[in-house]
Design a protein around this ligand. Structure first.
Ligand code: NAI
Length: 242
């Protein structure tokens, strides 16, 4: 895809990867970039840092009605969304399967499911019919290298990020004939609030990437319409040799 003149929504845009993606899309010539986040003030700051082409929007992607409202509002006030980046995500530290913690772990599982998986389902549910009616569109869903390898991250993170890869593949297969392109972004370790305190080398791989480097790789991959965006190719070698 080309970014010039496009209307693009990025969730999780107050911070880290989402913020860098929003900035990069604007620099590539997008007509409008909507920075959406649970942290409405942070989304506003991210938009202000971009300038007049960007708008901040407060949204809780764990709620279907809020995603529906985001899509409806953007399409009414700005115009048809060309690219929707469902990027907001959470990491639940030290949550496994065996050890309960009085209910907190199950809450973390449910929240991870809603934010890391269902938000992608709801975005597709409410946006794909509109895109199909006008001949197509693009969905970018952020998963993780942890969506290919369970070594990376806690149990709910690995499981929900694997589900996000499976969902993206299902969407690509199912909606492709209707003109909807789907890509899934699977970074490994990127400097952000989520990885604050994580030392480089904490995973089977080296190399903490800056969000701006990831944004550069992502826009180039979207231009080629790659389905799998795997910014750390060493993940594939690791998978082959496991
Ligand atoms: P981050 O923590 O810096 O940013 C995540 C953003 O999502 C925050 O601004 C947060 O307010 C927002 N958010 C959280 N819950 C939300 C909700 N319910 N509704 C709306 N917004 C919500 O994290 P980062 O690193 O930028 O992560 C972005 C995405 O990239 C996530 O999906 C994450 O799982 C994924 N990822 C990150 C990696 C990393 O190393 N940083 C590696 C692989 C994937």
């Amino acid at each position: 895809m080309e970014f010039q003149g496009k209307i693009i929504v990025v969730t999780g845009a107050a911070s880290g990867i989402g913020r860098a993606l929003a900035q990069r899309f604007a620099a590539e010539g997008a007509k409008a970039v909507v920075c959406a986040d649970l942290n409405a003030a942070g989304a506003g700051d991210a938009a202000a840092a971009i300038g007049a082409t960007a708008t901040g929007y407060g949204v809780d992607v764990s709620k279907e009605d809020e995603i529906a409202r985001l899509i409806e509002t953007v399409e009414r006030d700005i115009g048809p969304i060309d690219l929707f980046c469902s990027n907001a995500g959470i990491y639940s530290k030290n949550v496994g399967v065996l050890a309960g913690d009085g209910g907190g772990a199950d809450t973390a599982w449910q929240r991870s499911w809603d934010i890391n998986v269902m938000a992608h389902v709801w975005a597709a549910r409410h946006l794909a019919p509109r895109m199909i009616a006008r001949g197509g569109g693009y969905l970018l869903n952020t998963s993780s290298a942890g969506g290919l390898l369970s070594e990376i991250g806690s149990a709910p993170y690995a499981v929900t990020k694997h589900a996000a890869v499976g969902l993206a593949e299902w969407l690509a297969i199912t909606l492709g004939d209707d003109g909807i392109k789907v890509s899934v972004l699977c970074p490994q370790l990127v400097r952000s609030a989520m990885t604050a305190g994580v030392a480089d080398g904490n995973t089977p791989f080296d190399g903490m990437m800056e969000p701006e480097e990831l944004a550069e790789i992502t826009v180039r991959s979207l231009e080629r319409e790659d389905f799998l965006i795997l910014p750390h190719p060493q993940v594939l070698d690791y998978m082959r040799n496991k």
